[in-house]
Ligand binder design. Structure first.
Ligand code: E4P
Length: 307
């Protein structure tokens, strides 16, 4: 699995790239705001054109950097995408344009195809697109059909949505134990089904019983039981039909979630700087290095001094 760093902070990109495990970078307007705010707090001014160039050079050739458009209509997004690509791709040849799957333009119907139309036009010109804000496998299927090079399911935000609907309180980095939810769902459902069967209800009645229906969907977002499940379903669909679109598991909240999207077969995970650091941690590793350091005997130390 490739690892992208999910930040627009240049110092974080520089440090993460120095670790030798970063294959790309993703930004979005909120991440750019965070980076700009942090620089302003330090009293630094930001020349955005130069700043973006520095990000692209730091990531380097062959390491894609996603830059997002800011408009909501296809015509405007297309113009912005062309600007970003023509202005910045010459720096290191690594620009990817981020286009939202659905922009919900005010005044239009609830859904629109502005994002998809833009992806199609850009992919016809061989401009690589990262389709962002994907929350369902259906959206991911459409993004791939429109020609997106990458699809970004927001695993963490789907977990947030499910947890909030369940009334579970959580902090941003908390692991979502969707297997525990599944276990609870299964047990609760089994108990109520047994009760209804004891009362003589038939299968057709149970199928339409509101309590049973609620129980069966408990903790699910229209058949999706977690952000990891969303990623797994998209990977499966792409593999079924041989789509070349790569899945970027996005909105990563903690190290265990990264592990699970890797198990699910995500091609890429875009991971915040702090979560990459978390991936390195275990108390027994820390204890182990302290013990190894303590146990170095002079005879062994000497061989390194003489080399
Ligand atoms: C990645 O491309 C997304 O912009 C990012 O992962 C969103 O993460 P968030 O849900 O933590 O804001």
């Amino acid at each position: 699995m490739k690892i992208f760093v999910d930040t627009a902070k240049l110092d974080e990109i520089k440090e993460a790239c120095s670790w030798g495990i970063v294959d790309g970078v993703t930004t979005n307007p909120s991440l750019i705001k965070r980076a700009v705010d942090a620089l302003k707090e330090k009293g630094e001014k930001v020349d955005m054109l130069t700043y973006i160039e520095q990000i692209l050079k730091t990531a380097g050739k062959g390491h894609p950097v996603s830059l997002e458009v800011i408009s909501l209509t296809s015509d405007e997004m297309f113009k912005e995408a062309i600007f970003l690509y023509e202005r910045f791709n010459k720096v290191a040849g690594n620009v990817v344009i981020k286009i939202p799957i659905n922009t919900f333009v005010q005044g239009c119907s609830y859904t629109n195809f502005e994002g998809l139309k833009t992806i199609k036009k850009l992919s016809e010109r061989d401009i690589p697109v990262n389709c962002t804000l994907i929350m369902t496998p259906e959206q991911a299927l459409l993004a791939a059909k429109a020609g997106a090079r990458y699809a970004s399911p927001f695993a963490g935000r789907v977990d947030d949505y499910i947890r909030k609907n369940l009334g579970i309180s959580f902090k941003k980095g908390d692991y979502f134990d969707f297997e525990l939810i599944e276990e609870l769902r299964y047990q609760a459902l089994e108990e109520s089904i047994e009760d209804y069967i004891d009362q003589g209800e038939r299968v057709d009645e149970l199928y339409q019983n509101e309590e049973i229906i609620r129980g069966a969907n408990f903790g699910k977002d229209n058949g999706i039981s977690s952000g990891v499940d969303l990623v797994a379903q998209i990977v499966q669909i792409y593999s079924n039909y041989g789509f070349g679109t790569e899945v970027i598991a996005s909105s990563m909240r903690n190290a265990r979630q990264v592990r699970e999207v890797a198990q699910a077969g995500a091609h890429i995970a875009t991971i915040p700087f702090s979560v990459i650091k978390e991936m390195m941690q275990h108390p027994k590793t820390e204890e182990g290095i302290k013990l190894f350091t303590r146990d170095v005997v002079p005879e062994y130390r000497k061989i390194f001094e003489e080399k």
